[in-house]
Ligand binder design. Structure first.
Ligand code: NAI
Length: 778
């Protein structure tokens, strides 16, 4: 077509980006790559091909990492870690800053290589992925600089293993590597098998930034290589982004090992359009939500919920807009939708779409021959329960449903096992700010979509995983309190004496469920003796069914999470006051149970209730400084229903130290008290009953820790489990929790000093940070 013809037709002409520099880089390495270990490439081993999904051509051969390769990389990382962590924050900051500059300097090369390996439009790689990578390193250079002053008493975890997906290869590297390095960790990263090349180029460039050898290591390979990294005994943390099914496997594989874990998993994020929305803007937002990166985005707005009154008009506009989408060569700057990453993914998407009986509308665009191209597709007429409404498709496929009222929109939005992101379109700011907190998701965008920044936390709830990336909250996932821990010494229960001393009438303490005392379902109880062999009373032996009832009661009491912090604070003060009135009775009980004076323990417990009464209305969120006209609000929300296994030692103080922050932040709880001195907390029922704590906010089930911890951790309606019991409970809790990837907080058999156990770590465990993006202005 000549220029005159182009002017006449006003059609787009192709505007391809050149690929010669990127191909030359590959050719310089003879098209074959080893791993990056200890600051240099290893010799290629057994290799597999990485291809350009736009044309199927082999780009390079990369090495399939073996367990021995992983081991060598972990050794290199371990060797470099202590020195890297000891460097002043300013020195690490300089290296991170230099990495940011290098990314900017090589932006074009990185963007083209990303597009070749992944199939994403060059426009996106160039304008979104790579600038965000640079921004991430700049931001974390700043965190490295400020860390010592702002987070005293914290230190690096050690060696971090990162396993990342193929949808944003270099950006996911940045999300893992920047905070890990800022905090003083070293890293072994395994890129996805489809897209290893930009990680290798980045590693090679890192030498120029002065990154010491061994601080960053890259081992290429498939899931088996990832599993070898996850299983390596000398790795202190695993940071994973990928599918929920692999996330669950990693949760189970790391259970009980003491490895820290963050999981950023899948989603089926709702895109809610109210009838007063600016529909044209909402359409443009939707194009970004579901056709950005061919829909291969964990937080893709893949579930359109549109209000009935405007649904027909909205769908019409949408179909018209879909007609304008151009699918084509990813290196062409004029295309909107590139290639899906691999034929395997294309086949999965096609299979899922074909199996659906919904009404399908495929964008009427030409698809190039020979590559992994998939037409943008809209599916309507599905029920809320249909597989495509529930399952992540991870392709350019949008499913749509209508709703009538805001309440129904929230109900449909939350009708999913995931909880990653959500988008809300309305011109009514009251409505938007009413809906955003009600949606179960880690990120909510108002009148915008897919906004990301290094300063704002990103991550999910429910089966979308746990942990945040970005911001101070993301950095904390790479740190731990400094200092040595001590193994927990188990406390034995007083064995039944051969001739127990029985005085007075036998009293059997029941369970406490939904604000009422309840008999244990099994009908069994256990005798509790004093250190001197006196029968102190009986406690009910709770079972699976009692836990089920307690969880139900905790759910029914979730209104507590909506009460103001001020009100929750008042209730906590009242609890403290009522415990104080009975302090000597509790202290006496503790003396009987443990043989030690209980006075100090009870006094500390009262102070602790005061501490969290104070925190209840002071654990503020933040307005993040993101590069946008608007705000990104980081709101601290309760996790939901929290199961708590209290420690055996410090039976009152341990339980209160965990219960108080949990309820102060708006959670409802199922508490399993100390298994050796449970009577200490059954006396607490009366304190609760006189303190205006609504029924169901605190439920108490006494019984054997092993069985009850397992039941709580495996319960699909429990959002988090904290376990400070003795023995192998941490492993049980972490592996059972894999079922719905609930958050866990366990002691890994290490002792806690309950006299000082309070503060931000407890508040952080009790909350989820939700980031609500609200752009403003015209
Ligand atoms: P995946 O979850 O299998 O792969 C992600 C990463 O984990 C890759 O580096 C892979 O090599 C590694 N991996 C696989 N098995 C592992 C194991 N047992 N232990 C340790 N590492 C392991 O995702 P896949 O197969 O590439 O894509 C399948 C589906 O997963 C997609 O269709 C999509 O639904 C979802 N997905 C979600 C992503 C997200 O960001 N939420 C990203 C990638 C995929």
């Amino acid at each position: 077509m000549n220029i005159r013809e182009i002017f006449d037709s006003m059609d787009y002409g192709p505007a391809p980006e050149g690929s010669s520099e990127a191909l030359a880089w590959i050719a310089n390495h003879k098209g074959r790559f080893g791993h990056w270990v200890g600051g240099r490439f290893t010799a290629p081993g057994e290799t597999f091909a990485t291809r350009n999904p736009a044309n199927g051509q082999v780009l390079a051969e990369v090495t399939q990492g073996s367990a021995a390769d992983v081991d060598a990389a972990v050794k290199a990382a371990r060797g470099a870690q202590a020195k890297w962590a000891r460097m002043p924050g300013f020195e690490r900051a300089k290296v991170l800053y230099a990495l940011a500059r290098l990314v900017q300097k090589n932006a074009r090369l990185l963007a083209v290589l990303e597009t070749l390996d992944n199939g994403k439009p060059i426009r996106e790689a160039r304008d979104i992925d790579i600038p965000l990578v640079a921004r991430h390193f700049y931001y974390h250079a700043g965190l490295a600089q400020l860390l010592d002053a702002e987070l005293p008493g914290m230190e690096a975890l050690g060696v971090c293993g990162a396993v990342i997906p193929w949808n944003f290869p270099l950006l996911m590297l940045a999300w893992k590597v920047a905070p890990a390095l800022a905090a003083g960790n070293t890293v072994v990263l395994k890129p996805a098998e489809y897209t290893p090349l930009t990680a290798l180029l980045f590693a090679e460039l890192s030498v120029q930034a002065g990154l010491p050898k061994g601080v960053l290591n890259i081992v290429t390979g498939d899931g088996a290589t990832g599993a070898a990294l996850v299983d390596h005994p000398d790795v202190n943390k695993i940071a994973f982004t990928g599918s929920t099914s692999v996330g669950k496997k990693i949760r189970a594989a790391t259970a009980g090992t003491g490895k820290a874990l963050t999981l950023e998993l899948g989603g089926k994020s709702p895109y809610i359009v109210f009838d007063d929305a600016d529909l044209d803007s909402a359409i443009e937002g939707l194009v970004d939500a579901i056709w950005f990166n061919q829909g291969q985005v964990c937080c893709a707005g893949s579930r359109l919920l549109v209000q009935e009154g405007v649904a027909e008009r909205f769908h019409e506009k949408l179909k018209r807009r879909m007609g304008d989408l151009r699918v084509g060569d990813p290196l062409d700057k004029c295309i909107d939708v590139g290639a899906v990453v691999d034929p395997v993914q294309l086949e999965t998407i096609t299979r899922l779409v074909e199996a659906s009986d919904g009404e399908k509308f495929r964008a009427p665009c030409a698809l190039p021959e020979g590559g992994c191209f998939c037409p943008p597709t809209l599916i309507t007429g599905l029920s809320a329960a249909s597989p495509l409404m529930q399952e992540e498709i991870f392709g350019p496929v949008l499913v749509s449903m209508t709703f009538r009222t805001p309440a129904e929109a929230v109900e449909l939005a939350n009708n999913t096992r995931y909880g990653l992101a959500a988008t809300v379109w309305t011109e009514n700011v009251n409505l938007a700010l009413d809906i955003a907190p009600k949606i179960k998701a880690g990120v909510v965008w108002v009148n915008a979509t897919n906004l990301f920044d290094a300063a704002a936390g990103f991550g999910g709830v429910r089966e979308s995983g746990f942990g945040r990336e970005g911001g101070w909250e993301g950095l904390l996932a790479y740190l731990k309190p400094s200092g040595q821990t001590k193994p927990l010494k188990p406390v034995a229960a007083v064995a039944a004496p051969s001739e127990p001393l029985v005085e007075g009438i036998d009293r059997t303490a029941k369970l406490f469920i939904g604000g009422k005392q309840a008999r244990p379902d099994g009908g069994y109880s256990q005798a509790i003796y004093s250190a001197k062999g006196k029968l102190l009373g009986q406690v009910g032996i709770g079972n699976r069914k009692d836990i089920r009832n307690a969880v139900e009661a905790a759910h029914a009491a979730k209104g507590w999470g909506k009460a103001t912090g001020a009100l929750r604070g008042q209730v906590l003060y009242y609890l403290a006051e009522n415990l104080s009135a009975r302090a000597s009775e509790f202290a006496g009980r503790l003396r009987d149970l443990t043989g030690r004076s209980g006075e100090e323990e009870v006094q500390t417990a009262i102070r602790r209730l005061f501490t969290y009464a104070a925190w209840a209305d002071k654990y503020d969120g933040a307005a993040k400084s993101v590069p946008l006209r608007g705000v990104a609000l980081a709101m601290n929300e309760p996790c939901g229903v929290v199961g708590i296994i209290a420690p055996d030692e410090s039976p009152v103080l341990g339980a209160i130290s965990l219960l108080a922050p949990a309820i102060a932040m708006g959670n409802t709880c199922v508490l399993v008290p100390s298994s050796v001195a449970p009577l200490a907390m059954t006396d607490f029922y009366q304190v609760l009953e006189t303190s205006d704590v609504p029924g169901g906010v605190i439920n108490i089930v006494t019984g054997p820790h092993g069985e009850l911890a397992k039941t709580l951790a495996g319960h699909m309606d429990v959002d988090a489990v904290w376990c400070f019991g003795a023995g192998a409970l941490s492993k049980t809790v972490e592996s059972e929790a894999a079922g719905n990837v609930k958050r866990t907080w366990v002691n890994h058999g290490q002792a806690t000093d309950w006299a000082t156990a309070e503060g931000p770590a407890f508040l952080r465990a009790a909350t989820e940070v939700k980031t609500i993006w609200v752009p403003y202005g015209e």
